[in-house]
Design a protein around this ligand. Structure first.
Ligand SMILES: O=C1O[C@H](COP(=O)(O)O)[C@@H](O)[C@H](O)[C@H]1O
Length: 224
């Protein structure tokens, strides 16, 4: 299940190629395609490659697996990362659907995003990172509403995550399992021995729940 790459560049090359293939499939089949990006340290080099790729980006919508409830100018904003690294060059023609709205809190932001995310599901391509606790998107162990977010029959596609979880421990908005697992192809980028142990370990973490739930192709790309 885990594909090993010699370094971050080789991993990013493989990830970008598979993402572009999935977007091209979506464009050919439906005339429009959706890419879900993510935050953290892993996706930047993938975004760099995608931003230079030839694709009909004007017919692509980009959204996020999760974001922090901060302004897009904040250094911890995942939307900011996507705007700086992906939505430049050729890919600047893509549309962007945020999870963060200028409302009272993370729950209100998730509610505001929900009706905009719903028509995008099922996504053509979902790219995720994974934390050392096995979290994907911001479905983070310790969240009192984790079970709700991991309910395959749950009615919500986006939910708020309270402050105090993950790093940085900011309030967040996350896609839920029904939104994630229905994606047509799923890619998980990860690195380091600790994360590999989590992937191969016996404890069931959110990453394992996703892998058990989805019926779509799922690739886990890993580099030491
Ligand atoms: O907090 C987050 O962490 C995960 C994993 O990040 P990484 O730094 O280990 O690559 C990320 O996928 C998620 O979007 C982000 O909000």
């Amino acid at each position: 299940m885990i594909e090993t790459f010699a370094d971050a560049d080789a991993l990013a090359d493989a990830a970008a190629a598979w993402i572009l293939d999935g977007l091209a499939d979506g464009l050919a089949a439906r005339g429009h395609a959706t890419l879900v990006g993510t935050g953290g340290r892993s996706p930047g080099p993938v975004y760099d490659r995608l931003s230079r790729a030839e694709l009909d980006w004007g017919r692509v919508t980009v959204t996020l697996s999760d974001d922090r409830f901060v302004s897009p100018n904040h250094p911890d904003s995942n939307a900011g990362l996507v705007r700086r690294r992906l939505l430049v060059g050729a890919a600047a023609a893509a549309s962007f659907q945020p999870l963060r709205y200028d409302v009272a809190d993370e729950d209100a932001s998730a509610e505001a995003a929900e009706p905009h995310i719903r028509p995008l599901v099922p996504f053509d391509v979902l790219m995720l990172g994974m934390g050392e606790d096995g979290h994907i998107a911001s479905l983070i162990p310790g969240d009192p509403r984790l079970a709700q977010g991991l309910d395959p029959a749950g009615s919500r596609l986006v939910q708020g995550v309270p402050a105090g979880l993950g790093a940085p421990p900011l309030p967040r908005m996350t896609l839920t399992l029904p939104a994630l697992a229905s994606a047509r192809r799923i890619l998980i980028l990860t690195s380091g021995e600790a994360r590999r142990r989590v992937l191969e370990g016996g404890d069931v973490r959110p990453v394992h729940v996703l892998a058990e739930t989805t019926t779509s192709p799922l690739r886990v790309l890993w580099t030491p």
